[in-house]
Ligand binder design. Structure first.
Ligand SMILES: Cc1cc2nc3c(=O)[nH]c(=O)nc-3n(C[C@H](O)[C@H](O)[C@H](O)COP(=O)(O)O)c2cc1C
Length: 123
């Protein structure tokens, strides 16, 4: 069997919400994991930096809710992506994302999605 090691990122970022009337944290555990679109810029930056630093496949996630988001992660260096919170926002998120990736591939005449992985050109 071949080498199957890879790395996935990012997990949630630790957040906190305070009930201003009770002056107490809303979450029973005081803090909790923040996921979804709010964390996407941090995730894209981290996927880019990690992809530059390792020679194993990177799976990117964190705020992906559509094909444009998925493509962004792939350009940053993700060979695969995953969707967590987006599925709670709309159960068709993953199916729609696949369709939108295919549309992007048609538009830019991309035959194999691997062609675009890590091809972002830095300013
Ligand atoms: C409901 C829920 C449960 C999760 N459970 C886990 C978990 O058990 N272990 C883990 O490492 N990450 C867990 N995560 C984090 C996700 O794997 C993912 O890294 C994070 O949510 C960012 O992606 P997203 O914005 O697409 O949700 C969970 C996320 C959500 C929304």
């Amino acid at each position: 069997m071949g080498e199957q090691t890879g790395v996935s990122l990012i997990n949630t970022l630790l957040g906190m919400k305070i009930d201003i009337h009770k002056r107490r944290p809303v979450l029973a555990n005081n803090t909790g994991g923040l996921s979804g679109p709010a964390i996407k810029p941090v995730a894209v930056r981290m996927v880019y930096q990690v992809a530059q630093a390792v020679n194993i496949p990177v799976l990117g996630m964190g705020g992906i809710i559509n094909g444009e988001d998925a493509i962004e992660f792939m350009l940053a260096g993700a060979k695969a992506i995953s969707i967590g919170a987006g599925n709670f926002m709309n159960p068709y998120t993953s199916v729609n994302t696949v369709k939108e990736i295919e549309e992007y591939m048609k538009k830019y005449k991309i035959e194999d999605i691997n062609e675009i992985v890590g091809t972002v050109e830095m300013n």
